[in-house]
Design a protein around this ligand. Sequence first.
Ligand SMILES: [Fe+2]
Length: 259
Amino acid sequence: MSILRFIHISDTHIGTTPDYILYGYSPAVEARRLVDYLNHRLPFEPDFILHTGDVTYDPDPVAYELAWEILRELRYPIYFARGNHDEPDTMRRVLPNLPQGSGRIDYTFAQKGVQFIVLDSFGLVQPRGYLEASQLQWLTQQLEAAAGQPVVVVVHHLPTMTDNPWLDQHMTIENHDALFAALASHRDHIQGVFFGHIHVPSTTFRQGILCSSASAAFSQFIFPDVYPVDRLDVTAPGGFSLVTITPERTWISHHELGA
Ligand SMILES: [Fe+2]
């Protein structure tokens, strides 16, 4: 494989109108700024964009139309995972590169010899995540089929416990232990697990597997362990992560959009 570079974005939370405000920010305005930055200010050409879910805030078709009106301006292909705020049928209808069908959006795609396995981690209890037994079976099949090939796993929800009680209680995939039971024996060829949902860039190393989140596109949650949920510090600007994958390494850098 040659060097693969992708941009990890997440949690655009676009509303039904451009003037929708969340946490004091306009997600639509911030998403346009992000698209402009990625199109014109990167000193290289990424292979694609990965959006790890919560494309919209309310799963309203009008919000998806607005989101795609903004994101379609990106000069690069874009792949999506489903977030807890997302509605799968409308996603399939409006957004590109998603498998048709019904129910959860699980699929794979390949870029420069790296196999991406995207799982729909929509939860039984909001806003936590969950993976059904059939999804974990499918994941195992995909990992076995990609033996000897670099693999990236993509979900929306937090796939591991952290050191942060609020995140651990509210944002995790409930059965993350089962997820890692499926992943652990394939750690030698898993180059990372990428996710969103927690609105802050993070890195966790679990059972020999790298887990990484990107900031929300429009703002960040700062130190969510020390603020009550209704008074989260959301003052930091949103951003994105650059991910570089080669046969011997995964390198990630986080970038704020700034003023
Ligand atoms: Fe979310």
